[in-house]
Design a binder for this molecule. Structure first.
Ligand code: PMP
Length: 444
């Protein structure tokens, strides 16, 4: 396996030539919060798979639910005329969870990109049903990440995820993100920056014409773009602007939902009621590819009130409503509650937050640390602190390599080291991650 690593496999988000030069670590086992590689080296997983393994690698109730469902009914389609018991049960459970946020209907998918595509498509259709077919454009945040389908790629804020695939959807425009450390306004006060970004949104809407815009999509805390929590006034401000202009609000909560943000959802964290909430990832703890789009009461009424039979026809995936995924999700929701993981995410998040701030005091290569909401944190490296120059390209990777040897897997994304460990993280695990990072920075 080691010899053939990357010879016959293209790894996602990796240049094939890079994979050949630097073969990836081969992970062969996982237990609790730890993963083990092919050489038997075991580390705390500071990445939580890919932001998704909230319950760790040996969550027995989820494994059992998957096994039981495979026995009972491994698959049946829920297209036109059939449904299955598990998927109805899950929709009811999610309705109970998210009714306080006004989200009462579920549409199931097989992952985050599918959830985003579903919301974009249904947003356009919503306006068509209401006789506003001219509302076709989408607005989003620079630095936002919304997956890899053509619609999602079009609203991605990072040009690196767009340019290779252009021309993308027409009418997608990107607004400055409330990224306090670097922004086009040179504004370091988070509240003032939020106002400037909201003004930029208003200006873009005026420029495009409100009646041409279908939806605004955003992550309540930017994840892949480098863990950027906005000021608490930002998302409520976006919501108000959307409402005023008849624009739907899509919350992309593929990372933030189900406890990672220290709340059941990022929208709830900010007190916002979106029209669509896209989820995936932790909904099944990474044990089964699955996603859910939660839909607001207001949007549901428009679709359900349409008597023409057009509504939602032409959208759905073979794996929309997969019974095994639904069984896994039900068990994950129950375990997340039983173990009080939303609270633990806040407590362990606060511990890591304090720890990475101490590292910032110690190492001048750390330009910015971000987090403070659950278990999603980032450390941004710089060449020089005062001028915020970019670090040497290899540096984040060097920190990662030494940290891995010292006992923790962390993730590199551009100049950032990202932490998104399982929500079952213990205090000792958090200290292991911090010590490993300390070793990583000391080695630079
Ligand atoms: N939206 C967000 C906010 C994401 O972080 C991701 C994946 N990291 C996606 C969408 C796409 O999800 P998937 O990779 O499951 O298709």
């Amino acid at each position: 396996l080691k010899a053939n690593n990357a010879r016959s496999l293209w790894h996602p988000m990796t240049a094939p030539s890079d994979s050949l030069k630097n073969p990836p670590a081969i992970i062969v086992g996982g237990s609790g919060t730890r993963i083990r590689d092919i050489d038997g080296h075991e580390v705390v997983d500071g990445v939580g798979g890919l932001w998704n393994v909230n319950l760790g690698y040996s969550c027995q109730p989820v494994k059992q639910a998957i096994a039981d469902q495979l026995e009972a009914l491994p698959y049946y389609s829920i297209f036109r005329g059939t449904s299955n018991d598990k998927v109805i049960e899950l929709a009811e459970e999610l309705r109970t969870f998210f009714a306080p946020d006004g989200l009462t209907r579920a549409f199931f998918t097989s992952g985050g990109s599918d959830s985003v595509e579903t919301a974009l498509r249904l947003a356009r259709q919503y306006h068509k049903i209401r006789g506003e077919a001219g509302r076709i454009k989408f607005l989003s945040l620079k630095k936002g990440y919304h997956g890899t389908h053509i619609g999602g790629a079009s609203v991605n804020g990072n040009a690196n995820f767009r340019t290779a695939y252009e021309p993308l959807l027409p009418g997608c425009h990107h607004i400055p993100a409330p990224y306090t450390y670097r922004n086009p306004f040179n504004e370091s006060d988070p509240a003032k920056l939020a106002q400037l970004c909201l003004q930029a949104l208003e200006d873009e809407i005026a420029f495009q014409g409100a009646g041409t815009i279908a939806a605004f999509i955003m992550e309540p805390i930017l994840g892949a773009g480098g863990v950027i929590p906005p000021h608490p006034s930002f998302m409520p401000g976006v919501e108000a602007i959307c409402r005023k202009n008849g624009i739907l609000l899509i919350a992309d909560e593929v990372i933030t939902a189900f406890g990672r943000s220290g709340a059941w959802s990022g929208s709830r964290l900010w007190g916002v009621k979106p029209d669509f909430m896209c989820t995936a990832k932790a909904i099944t703890n990474g044990y089964f590819p699955f996603g859910a789009v939660m839909i607001s009461e207001g949007v549901a009424e428009v679709f359900e009130g349409d008597e023409t039979g057009r509504a939602a026809i032409g959208h759905g995936y073979t794996y929309s409503g997969h019974p095994v995924g639904a069984a896994a999700a039900l068990a994950c929701l129950a375990e997340t509650q039983r173990l009080n993981l939303v609270e633990n995410a806040s407590a362990r998040g606060a511990q890591l937050w304090a720890g990475i701030n101490r590292l910032k005091d110690k190492y001048t290569v750390i330009g910015d640390v971000r987090g403070g909401h659950g278990l999603m944190l980032a450390i941004e490296l710089v060449g020089e602190r005062a001028s915020k120059t970019a670090p040497p390209k290899s540096q984040p990777g060097q920190v990662q390599e030494v940290a891995y040897k010292a006992g923790a897997m962390v993730r590199v994304s551009g100049p950032n080291i990202i932490l998104s460990p399982p929500l079952v993280l213990t205090s000792a695990d958090a200290e292991t991650i911090l010590a490993a990072l300390d070793a990583g920075f000391a080695a630079l």
